[in-house]
Design a protein around this ligand. Structure first.
Ligand SMILES: NC(=O)c1ccc[n+]([C@@H]2O[C@H](COP(=O)([O-])OP(=O)(O)OC[C@H]3O[C@@H](n4cnc5c(N)ncnc54)[C@H](OP(=O)(O)O)[C@@H]3O)[C@@H](O)[C@H]2O)c1
Length: 249
């Protein structure tokens, strides 16, 4: 009996959940529990960490999981590493649903840094108006550069912020280039700081930055373990089919 576990929290995971539900494949969708009101899914949902590699391996055994698709964000490196190790330990088949990294195109002015620490270090210097598009988890790190005026765009209203000067926009993607251009112009943004997430939903800010000649500080992706990588939902369905899952319709 098939039981697919989708490690989610991304647009790609949501698209996979829809396709899997339409085909009646028995599956569970897992959220980390980072946002207050996660999107509803057409599959049973579980929320919260598993408790490291051991916890995930136990979950896989206890729930007779046969396949895992890691469709987490490319910066969720801890979860992806745990998934590889736990699946190996529990003898469960794993694939990752990934999206290609963004690459600079003509007109882009990108400076690359390796990680969040690199981005914080690169922000030393004179005050600027900075669109800090790095999500909620690492905002504290940027308190080391309090001289800037930051624009934050977050899914939930933040509780307390350690950044003294900031505007907060509460919004959930996908975003459009037109709206992001208007936002950057309205707030006089001089620099965009972005993780290289890839995909379409979050790239509007980069297109807007290019159109306005605003430079981008691009945080490159963390290294991820070797695993089977698939780049769209159709490939995941093929992979399930070839691993003996009945795809129904
Ligand atoms: N990082 C980003 O920029 C970003 C952006 C958009 C969405 N997301 C989504 O937000 C979630 C958390 O990302 P993160 O960067 O904080 O991950 P992370 O640093 O790799 O994960 C930290 C811990 O959170 C738990 N976790 C992460 N994803 C989970 C999931 N889908 N289901 C259950 N537990 C999960 C695991 O806890 P245990 O060790 O206890 O199992 C994991 O060890 C992911 O689902 C990711 O797809 C992340």
């Amino acid at each position: 009996m098939t039981h697919l576990l989708i490690l989610g929290g991304t647009t790609e995971a949501n698209a996979l959940a829809k396709a899997v539900a339409e085909r009646g494949i028995p599956a569970t969708y897992s959220y980390a529990g980072r946002v207050e009101n996660p999107r509803p899914q057409p599959l049973p949902v579980r929320v919260g960490g598993f408790g490291g590699v051991e916890g995930l391996a136990r979950y896989l055994r206890d729930h007779a999981v046969t396949h895992v698709v890691d469709a987490t964000h490319p910066f969720a490196a801890q979860m992806s590493g745990n998934a590889v190790n736990a699946c190996r330990e529990a003898g469960v088949t794993l694939a990752a649903l990934t999206r290609p990294a963004w690459t600079a195109q003509e007109g882009d002015n990108w400076r690359h840094v390796a990680d969040i620490d690199g981005a914080v270090a690169a922000l030393s210097g004179a005050p600027q108006r900075v669109f800090l598009a790095v999500g909620r988890m690492h905002l504290e790190d940027f308190a080391a550069q309090p001289q800037h005026h930051y624009l934050l765009r977050l899914v939930d209203e933040p509780d307390a912020l350690s950044l003294p000067n900031c505007d907060v926009v509460v919004a959930r993607g996908p975003f459009s280039e037109e709206n992001d251009r208007a936002l950057l112009q309205r707030l006089g943004i001089e620099l965009v700081v972005s993780k290289n997430a890839g995909g379409t939903g979050a790239r509007a800010k980069l297109d807007a930055a290019r159109a306005l000649g605003v430079p981008v500080l691009m945080i490159d992706r963390p290294a991820l373990p070797q695993r089977t990588e698939l780049s769209n939902v159709a490939q995941v369905l093929d992979w399930l089919d070839h691993s003996g899952v009945n795809l129904g319709v």
